[in-house]
Design a protein around this ligand. Structure first.
Ligand code: BJW
Length: 245
């Protein structure tokens, strides 16, 4: 096991503002598959453009709805892991810890994290495909035999997950909050993300150009690895608890 360098421990202890950017890898040990890993990733088995794009939804809304229902169930049955919990612990000791996640599984919040910036939405919420207004869970239950259920808000609208698909814009206010958190931290912890999907993948560069040091936690090299100051090579459920102990 890689030991945590003393210089990193000191840096962490001295930091007043830390921002975390998390991705699918932090939930891997909760049993949620990542997207881009060769054998186990979702995109190894499913075509992202058919399942996570507005075009895919327009072509086969039933297929997309059922795929997200399957993922919702997977998330409902899972539990936050030691990595999620370690970040909650870290937040107790740092004056300002902000957490930006690309994940839609809500596991940071279930571990006790507060005010998480969710860049790509949340699987648990369902919205109208036309108006983007939230749809009440009771309505969805009453129309559950339809896949997807119709929208109560628009005659041509359908229920869809409140997540950000490829080619869709991120919520402007959420992105603004994330950019603010990135450009105003002393240290950014980049956990379990391949660093390939934009605009999220641009946040570490924003942090670095504002003077922050970058720490990556990932068992593999990523698109961001060459730009970071420290790499903790291993699963986040092992590395993060050691980092905060
Ligand atoms: C572990 C581990 C363990 C394993 N412990 N680690 C600039 C350049 C090029 C392209 C673009 C660009 N700007 C925009 C684009 C286009 C596109 C994009 O980025 N494409 C690239 C892929 C090339 N971006 C978009 O389309 C975005 N929208 C946009 O830019 O809109 C512009 C616009 C403006 C105005 C009007 C209209 C449009 C939207 C992106 C949305 C991404 N959506 C998804 C699906 C969300 C819903 C769902 O969950 O189904 O988000 S795709 C998927 O990728 C998901 C993730 O959040 C995201 C990132 O993936 P992540 O988290 O990094 O996971 P993986 O699998 O890639 O990596 C896992 C990592 O974990 C690996 O490194 C492992 O090693 C590691 N790991 N076990 C720690 N135990």
């Amino acid at each position: 096991k890689q030991t945590i360098p003393k210089s990193l421990q000191d840096r962490l202890r001295d930091s007043e503002r830390i921002t975390v950017l998390s991705g699918a890898g932090i939930s891997a040990e909760s049993g949620i598959p990542t997207f881009r890993q060769a054998q186990t990733g979702l995109w190894a088995r499913y075509d992202p453009m058919r399942l996570a794009s507005p075009e895919g939804f327009a072509e086969d809304p039933g297929l997309v709805w059922r795929w997200y229902q399957w993922r919702r169930k997977l998330v409902d049955r899972s539990e936050p892991n030691a990595g999620h919990r370690a970040l909650v612990e870290l937040a107790r000791t740092i004056p300002e810890l902000r957490l930006i996640t690309q994940n839609v599984d809500g596991l940071h919040q279930r571990a006790g994290a507060r005010s998480v910036i969710e860049l790509h939405g949340n699987l648990a919420r369902t919205v109208c495909s036309r108006t983007r207004r939230a749809i009440d869970p009771d309505w969805l239950e009453r129309h559950a035999e339809q896949e997807p259920p119709p929208s109560p808000h628009h005659p041509q609208g359908l229920a869809r997950p409140d997540v950000v698909w490829f080619g869709e814009a991120l919520d402007a206010h959420t992105l603004e909050q994330a950019c603010q958190a990135a450009s105003d931290c002393e240290l950014m912890l980049i956990v379990g993300t391949s660093g390939l999907v934009h605009p999220a993948a641009g946040l570490p560069r924003l942090a670095a150009s504002a003077g922050a040091c970058l720490v990556e936690v990932n068992p593999e090299r990523t698109a961001l690895s060459d730009s970071v100051d420290w790499r903790l090579v291993g699963p986040s459920a092992e590395c993060l608890p050691r980092l905060v102990e």
